[in-house]
Ligand binder design. Sequence first.
Ligand code: SF4
Ligand code: SF4
Length: 301
Amino acid sequence: MTYITNIQKYCIHDGAGIRTTVFFKGCLLHCSWCHNPETQNPGREIRYYKDRCTGCGSCIKACQLHAVSMTEEGISVDKTLCRSCGKCEAACRSQALEAVGRAYDVKQLVKKLTSDQIFYEESGGGVTLSGGEVMTIDRDYLRALTESLYNEGISVNIDTCGFCPWERLQEIIPYVDTFLYDLKALDQETHRKYMGVDNTLILENLTKLAASGAKIWLRLPLVKPVNASVSHMEAVARWLTENHVNPAQINLIAYHDYGRDKYRQLGRTYEDSFSPPSDAELADMKQKLIDMGFQNVKIGG
Ligand code: SF4
Ligand code: SF4
């Protein structure tokens, strides 16, 4: 089943123009600073909004698997017992519980996305498929979705970390306007430590995508103390040049902690050891990329 956590309208940071961004569930990376943790798990999971909870206990009675209990911190869901049936959500009159993730088939989703076509046309925007990691969703679903939107005349952007078999990217190239391609770290050990996986496939796919002629906006999330440095920008610029990757745009995206509350609501722990680069540091990193031959560098999405 393909689940979506959010269909966000009027986005202006996910490619050109006004866009509708679709956040799919499922990701094979585990970035330590992820601000959308509700998208990491491919299945549905329960999110708890403590400030809405009246303590009535209806959710506890509703769960036949006894996964719900009351603690000093409010409602707790035992993830090892929960099967994401959503009965606790349905029993809660205060909307304090949410079974995150809604299933759409391709037809339903295309219908919903085409309803904003007028905004896309007027602004030069379209639809951005994001997540989580959109390249992990069902292969036939993604191909059908991108092809259908393309046939409707809608610009499709793919926001990806590139950690997928090359064939999956290759087959959707004809339907995609721009790949928003995340590059988090060049150094293998750093990548494994903070993202949980090797970056070999990510770099190989970026090289192949560039060689295919696909339009790429390279997105560099900048997180201290991981990768927000002029020396990292220098290494990225050198790697891009050596591998003949010339993105149409490079975006420097500073770390933020907007996802902090979501971790608590999902019963997880937020890793609190990161910080954003300062404005001056961002300007220095941007200048380094420009000095090394990449003219279209933007700070922000
Ligand atoms: S989703 Fe279903 S199984 Fe999970 S806690 Fe709620 S009622 Fe129990
Ligand atoms: S049903 Fe809703 S309001 Fe009642 S205890 Fe459960 S989460 Fe809180």
